[in-house]
Design a protein around this ligand. Sequence first.
Ligand code: C5P
Length: 229
Amino acid sequence: MGNRPIKIAIDGPAASGKSTTARELARRLGYLYIDSGAMYRAVTLKALKQGIPTTDAAEMARLAQTCRIEFRPDSRKTVVLLDGEDVSEAIRSPEVNGHINPVAANPRVREILVKKQQELGRQGGVVMDGRDIGTVVFPDAELKIYMEASAEERARRRWRELRSKGVEIDFQQVYREILTRDKSDCTRDHGPLRKAPDAIMLDTTHLTIPEQVEKIYRLAIRKIREQDP
Ligand code: C5P
């Protein structure tokens, strides 16, 4: 592409289609994809494995500091290594979902993981998704997208995804979990989910994944062309 590689920040609520869109976008651009949520998930998993309560703020900060989280490029899924072990599936378990909120709300953990994220994206050529990427991690990102979709549509997507994996779960339960996660994401004191003032809002309620990717891809190409004229 020849031009200077840029940073692309994609934020939005749970199940808004961020990860699938960000991964495909990164593949098309030849960029690195970083799933920042996977890092909060990995620290949570490590605590569960060691029997440490995720509400123990000091111990959680120690775990975040000492664990090694790596990403392996893969076009179909995000391969996440925790201290060298493939935890790509394990970090998505209901147990991790149930214990992650205090980890995401822990200011020391956030500070440590934000530094790791900034380090991973320092060179540019990166697509990172999460909640605070455009506001805290890369306030200087050349392209910021805020993805939205109604809570009902997001719950429907998550429910279908779980069903396709053979998980029998009631739609109302998935919907309630989405609302709970939205509340804790938006109301925490540190790194809350918020649209950066310069982020482009993309409502995906009526869009398919290829349509979302195409829209952001076009914006990215325009931004990349604007660099170093
Ligand atoms: O995006 P995902 O659902 O995998 O994120 C898992 C958890 O990590 C969420 O509960 C969210 O609050 C938290 N998270 C965060 N900051 C980020 C990304 C995710 O607090 N940048």
